[in-house]
Write a protein that binds this ligand. Sequence first.
Ligand code: IDP
Ligand code: MG
Length: 149
Amino acid sequence: MERTFLAIKPDGVQRSLVGDIIRRFEVKGFTLVGLKLMNVSRELAEKHYEVHKERPFFSNLIEFITSGPVVAMVWEGDGVVASARKIIGATNPLNAEPGTIRGDFGVDVGRNLIHGSDAIETAQREINLWFEQEELVSWKPSLMSWIHE
Ligand code: IDP
Ligand code: MG
């Protein structure tokens, strides 16, 4: 079953948006299989954002993501990787459509509330980076037959 890694960034936690953000993935019909509130070490942050290490915003990004608690999550479902990216919206909240998380709650690319894996392979890498295998819970919601034909 397809899985993705999502993280509510420190701005989402500080602004009391954790419940609202989680709710969007719940009501969509995806299954939560991993969840933890954590402070992010510089080492983890740098590994997570490794592909951006040459970008001018890298040091600000690392400062920001390590500045306060983050809610790290793994969600499961058919097509969850691409669908979660749509629910999250464009990287710059000013370009994100209303109805998306970034479109509804943000105005600044450096405060865009949530991370979501950009591809199935990236998701696998990020889940392994952020979670131990035993922290993930495989379960079948009992209302599945009302969500899937
Ligand atoms: P994504 O989060 O939509 O996948 P990426 O291009 O992977 O966007 O960039 C990772 C994160 O780096 C973004 O979510 C954002 O917080 C930050 N970022 C990206 N581009 C810029 C920029 O031009 N200025 C400042 N921060 C940026
Ligand atoms: Mg990205």
